[in-house]
Write a new protein. Structure first.
Length: 192
C-alpha cells in the first residue's frame, strides 16, 4: 500500500489549527474528549473534557463551537488514525497486518459507539469516514485473501460487521474482548 490521502485525512487536516499553541490545545482537547467519551459515552461533560485537556471551556468552544462539532472531530480523528495504521501495517505479513489492524479497529469501536449515540447516522462525516476506512482496511483484507490466509467467501464489509458486533458487546476487560475477537478471527483464517 502506498501512502495516499484518505478523504477523512483532508477533513482532519482542514480542522486542525496551524499555530503551534492552538494545535497543541486542539490535540489535547481531542485526546481528552476521546477518554471522556470512552468512560461516559455521549453524556460526557464538556467541562470535564476542557479540564482533562488543561484548558478553559472558552478554548474548547473556540475549537469546537458545538457539541456536535467536537463529536465529529473526535470521530474523524479516530478514523484518520485507523487509516494511517493500515498504511503503517501494510509491510507486515498479510495475516499479521490484517489482525493488527482489526485489533486497532476494535479499540476504535468504543469511541464510535459514544459518537454514534450523539450524532445522527446521516451525518456527512460518517459517509466520509466509512469510505476512508474501506479504502484503508480493505486492501489489507484483500491481500490476506490473495495470500490464502483469509476466507474468500466473505467481503471486507462482512468482516467489519463481525468485529463491530463482537466489540459492541460488554466484556469483563480488554483481555476477554481480545480473546473473543481472536476466536472469531480464527474462523476467518484459512491456513491453520
Amino acid at each position: 500500500m502506498t501512502a495516499q490521502p484518505f478523504p477523512v485525512s483532508e477533513i482532519v487536516a482542514a480542522q486542525r489549527p496551524h499555530r503551534k499553541d492552538a494545535a497543541r490545545n486542539y490535540d489535547a482537547l481531542l485526546a481528552a474528549a476521546r477518554e471522556a467519551f470512552a468512560e461516559h459515552g455521549a453524556d460526557a461533560s464538556l467541562e470535564d473534557v476542557a479540564r482533562r485537556a488543561g484548558v478553559g471551556i472558552g478554548t474548547l468552544y473556540r475549537n469546537f463551537p458545538t457539541r456536535r462539532s467536537l463529536f465529529e472531530s473526535v470521530y474523524a480523528d479516530e478514523v484518520n488514525t485507523l487509516c494511517q495504521a493500515a498504511l503503517d501495517l501494510a509491510g507486515l505479513e498479510p495475516w499479521e497486518a490484517l489482525t493488527s489492524w482489526l485489533s486497532r479497529f476494535s479499540g476504535y469501536m468504543v469511541t464510535k459507539q459514544a459518537v454514534r449515540q450523539a450524532l445522527e447516522n446521516d451525518s456527512e462525516i460518517f459517509g466520509t469516514c466509512r469510505e476512508s476506512m474501506f479504502s484503508a482496511g480493505g486492501p489489507l483484507f484483500e491481500r490476506a485473501q490473495k495470500a490464502g490466509v483469509a476466507r474468500t467467501d466473505m467481503d471486507f464489509g462482512d468482516l467489519l460487521r463481525m468485529v463491530a458486533g463482537i466489540t459492541g458487546t460488554t466484556f469483563v476487560d480488554d483481555t476477554q474482548r481480545d480473546r473473543v475477537l481472536a476466536i472469531a478471527l480464527d474462523g476467518v483464517r484459512t491456513d491453520h
